[in-house]
Design a protein around this ligand. Structure first.
Ligand code: ADP
Length: 283
């Protein structure tokens, strides 16, 4: 696919670099993209067609006994764009091949288990595109910021997560991890918009303001995530997300590149095509 407006593959541009500092990122920037908003929207429509085709190939591969899948992990502060990405990006492909899962506060049953228990159960089956709207990373983000478990426990989780993701990848899942980064001002604007319209009240959570007050602690927790869990098999991608047209298009591009890396063909027929044509002609 021609990528005339991406200077380099998005996974190279957006992958968290060695020595990355979150405070050095400009969330209004649009790295790697040469066009503006209008061109991005047009590009996304084209990407959507290509993505839908590859996702259908993956689905067909799963039906034919293949073991591969894709897992998109979405993280970010409230209003950063996770759910908008689900509707606008994941909405480009056939929902029959998608396994979506949002992770909220663990239930009493989930709390009785290891933090990865609920995650394992939600992993995409072969042939599926899995989407985690929040994820096991909450167990080193909100849990760390609020000290929901002692440091002795959460500090070991980074290694546990790396081991877990390595096994998931080795079993045939391509993992695409995406973190949306917005400015504090942009979050204020987006929360304000939710208070202005009755159609958006349902999205407003008074407790989001309490989390907002903890922004610096979250920034440190995200910094640690990027430093400790961006691995060769499951690297983090940082998405400057003040501009939704960019963040959505960038995630689409990352997904597309992940699917392309799988070199998916169509499964061969497990029946005699010519014989079936003859049978059909006479049917
Ligand atoms: P969202 O805010 O993404 O629309 P929900 O309102 O369902 O979704 O729940 C998200 C909340 O659940 C967030 O405040 C998040 O920090 C919290 N959460 C998710 N995972 C955990 C966890 N493992 N421990 C504690 N809180 C969690």
């Amino acid at each position: 696919m021609a990528r005339t407006r991406w200077k380099k593959p998005a996974h190279e541009v957006l992958r968290v670099p060695e020595g990355f500092r979150l405070e050095s990122l400009d969330p209004t920037s649009t790295p790697g993209w040469k066009g503006g908003a209008k061109a991005a929207v047009q590009h996304m429509a084209k990407q959507g067609v290509a993505l839908a085709d590859l996702q259908e190939r993956l689905y067909a591969d799963g039906k034919a006994g293949g073991h591969r899948s894709v897992l998109l992990v979405l993280q970010g502060m409230d209003t950063a764009g996770k759910s908008g990405t689900v509707s606008h990006v994941i909405g480009l492909v056939d929902p029959q091949g998608v396994q979506y899962r949002g992770f909220g506060v663990p239930t009493p049953v989930e709390l009785k288990h290891h933090f990865l228990w609920r995650i394992r159960r939600a992993l995409p089956a072969p042939g599926y595109l899995g989407v985690f709207d929040r994820s096991h990373y909450e167990d080193v983000l909100v849990v760390r910021v609020h000290e929901l478990v002692p440091e002795a426990i959460w500090s070991k989780r980074y290694d546990e997560i790396n081991d877990f993701e390595a096994k998931v990848a080795a079993a045939g899942t391509v993992i695409v991890k995406v973190a949306f980064i917005i400015t504090l001002d942009e979050q204020k604007r987006r929360l304000g918009a939710r208070l202005k319209s009755a159609a958006k009240y349902w999205k407003y959570e008074p407790r989001d303001l309490d989390e907002r007050a903890l922004w610096p602690a979250y920034r440190d927790a995200y910094q640690a995530v990027f430093e400790k869990t961006s691995t060769e098999v499951a690297p983090w991608h940082i998405i400057p997300a003040n501009r939704k047209w960019y963040s959505r298009m960038a995630v689409t591009e990352l997904l597309l590149e992940a699917f392309e890396s799988m070199e998916l063909g169509w499964p061969p027929a497990d029946f005699d095509v010519e014989a079936e044509k003859e049978r059909l002609a006479g049917a």
